[in-house]
Design a protein around this ligand. Structure first.
Ligand code: SF4
Ligand code: SF4
Length: 57
């Protein structure tokens, strides 16, 4: 997943829904570590639409 830091409000919702605890939130700087599977769950959780994922189709 990737986060647009200009949109992110640092709410932490994405981190709380990640099934593999891959997300680190520090203010509005949000990143996912190597455990991220690009499942897309965090994308739906974000209230401001700041999260995008690259999906392998
Ligand atoms: S795409 Fe899935 S695995 Fe990756 S950070 Fe979001 S919820 Fe976690
Ligand atoms: S859910 Fe969206 S606004 Fe909240 S911390 Fe994650 S990326 Fe930022």
């Amino acid at each position: 997943m990737n986060v647009d830091s200009k949109l992110c409000i640092g709410c932490g919702a994405c981190a709380s829904v990640c099934p593999v605890n891959a997300i680190e939130v520090a203010d509005t700087y949000v990143r996912a570590d190597k455990n991220c599977t690009n499942c897309g769950i965090c994308t739906k959780s974000c209230p401001v639409g700041a999260v995008t994922v690259e999906r392998k189709l």
